[in-house]
Design a protein around this ligand. Structure first.
Ligand code: PRT
Ligand code: ZN
Length: 283
C-alpha cells in the first residue's frame, strides 16, 4: 500500500485533498490525525509540514508526496518529480524597497538579502557571479528591509500584493514553481504499479481542467462547418435527431475558446447549445 505525504495545513492542503477526492480517493478529517487510511484506493495519507515532505519521501517514511517545487529545489533531497499538478503556482523573486534604483543584477553585490530559500538563492547568485550576504529567516521575510535587517528579499510571489503592501518591488523572477507529485526513487514494483494507477487518474483530472462538454442541435447541412469549429477528442460526435434534416453534435472544448466558438456556431445555425462541466478526460 502506498503512503502519500501531503501538507497538514496551509496553501496546498485543500487542493491536495481535492485532487485526491476527484480521483475517487476519500480521506477523513485531517485536523487531528498525523496519518489516515483513505477510502476508494489503497492509500495511507500522512499529514506533514511542507518543509518536511521532500525528506520524508527521500527517506521512505512516505512513498510519494505532494509539495511545491520550491521546497523540492530548496531541500535537494533524493526524490523523483513525477508530474506537475496544475495548482500552487508561484515564483520566487528578488525584491527591493520601491524607491531603490535598480539597473541589473550587479545591484546585489555585497547586499544583505533575507530569504527562506537560501539554497536556491545561493545557487542563483553563484551562477551570476554575485557575492551577497544571505540571511535565512523563516516567515515574514517581507518586513526585513523595513526593519533594517536586510537590503532586499528573496521570497515567494503570486499576485504581488504582499510586496506592494510592504513598499517593495519585484526586480528578478528566479524560480517558477507549482505543486508536484514526488516519489521515492526506489519504490518496489508493486508500489510503482499503484503509483501508475494514481498518476493515470491525476492526469485525466488535470487534462479535463479548463475543458467543457458542449452539445447542440444543428442542421445536417452544416455538419462540415461545425466539425471545422469543434475539434473534440478525435472528432465531434454527430447523432441524428428525430426531426429530419437535424442532428445533435457533442464535443469537448477549451474554456479559452468557448465563447467565440459558440458565437460562430450560432452563426451557422446551431440551437439549444448546452455547456456542461467535465470531470475527467481520458485520452
Ligand atoms: O506549515 P507549513 O510549513 O506546511 O506551510 P508554509 O507556511 O511553509 O507554506 P504555505 O502553506 O504558505 O505554502 C505552501 C506552498 O504553497 C509553498 O511552498 C508554495 O509552493 C505554494 N504557494 C503558492 C505559496 C504562495 N502561492 C504564496 N503566495 N506559498 C506562499 N505564498 C505567500 C508568500 O510567502 C508571501 O508571503 O504569499 C505571499 C505572497 O503572495 P502574494 O499573492 O501577495 O504575492
Ligand atoms: Zn513550510
Amino acid at each position: 500500500m502506498l503512503k502519500i505525504a501531503i501538507q497538514a495545513k496551509g496553501r496546498l492542503n485543500e487542493q491536495s485533498l481535492e485532487l485526491l477526492a476527484d480521483a475517487g480517493i476519500r480521506v477523513g478529517d485531517s485536523k487531528r490525525k498525523l496519518i489516515t487510511r483513505a477510502k476508494g484506493f489503497d492509500l495511507e495519507v500522512l499529514y506533514l509540514r511542507d518543509d518536511d515532505i521532500p525528506q520524508a519521501v527521500a527517506m521512505g517514511v512516505a512513498d510519494i508526496g505532494i509539495v511545491g517545487q520550491n521546497e523540492v529545489a530548496e531541500k535537494s533531497e533524493d526524490v523523483r518529480e513525477v508530474m506537475g499538478l496544475g495548482f500552487g503556482a508561484c515564483r520566487i523573486s528578488l525584491a527591493l524597497p520601491k524607491e531603490e534604483e535598480y539597473t541589473d543584477i550587479e545591484w546585489f553585490q555585497n547586499k544583505r538579502v533575507a530569504t527562506s530559500y537560501p539554497a536556491i538563492l545561493g545557487r542563483f547568485f553563484q551562477e551570476k557571479g554575485i557575492y551577497a550576504h544571505i540571511h535565512r529567516i523563516e516567515g515574514s521575510v517581507e518586513i526585513a528591509p523595513s526593519i533594517g535587517m536586510a537590503d532586499a528579499i528573496f521570497d515567494i510571489v503570486s499576485s504581488g500584493a504582499t510586496l506592494i503592501s510592504n513598499g517593495l518591488k519585484e526586480v528578478e523572477s528566479v524560480f517558477e514553481s507549482e505543486a508536484v507529485l514526488i516519489a521515492n526513487p526506489k519504490l518496489s514494483e508493486e508500489k510503482l504499479a499503484e503509483l501508475d494507477e494514481l498518476t493515470f487518474r491525476f492526469e485525466s483530472i488535470i487534462e479535463s481542467e479548463g475543458m467543457k462538454y458542449v452539445l447542440m442541435n444543428l442542421p445536417v447541412s452544416q455538419i462540415d462547418a461545425a466539425v471545422a469549429l469543434l475539434p473534440g477528442m478525435r472528432s465531434p460526435t454527430v447523432l441524428p435527431l428525430a426531426q429530419e434534416g437535424w442532428c445533435s453534435i457533442h464535443s469537448v472544448i477549451s474554456e479559452d475558446v468557448l465563447w467565440p466558438t459558440i458565437r460562430q456556431l450560432k452563426k451557422i445555425g446551431a440551437e439549444g447549445i448546452l455547456v456542461l462541466a467535465l470531470e475527467n478526460m481520458i485520452r
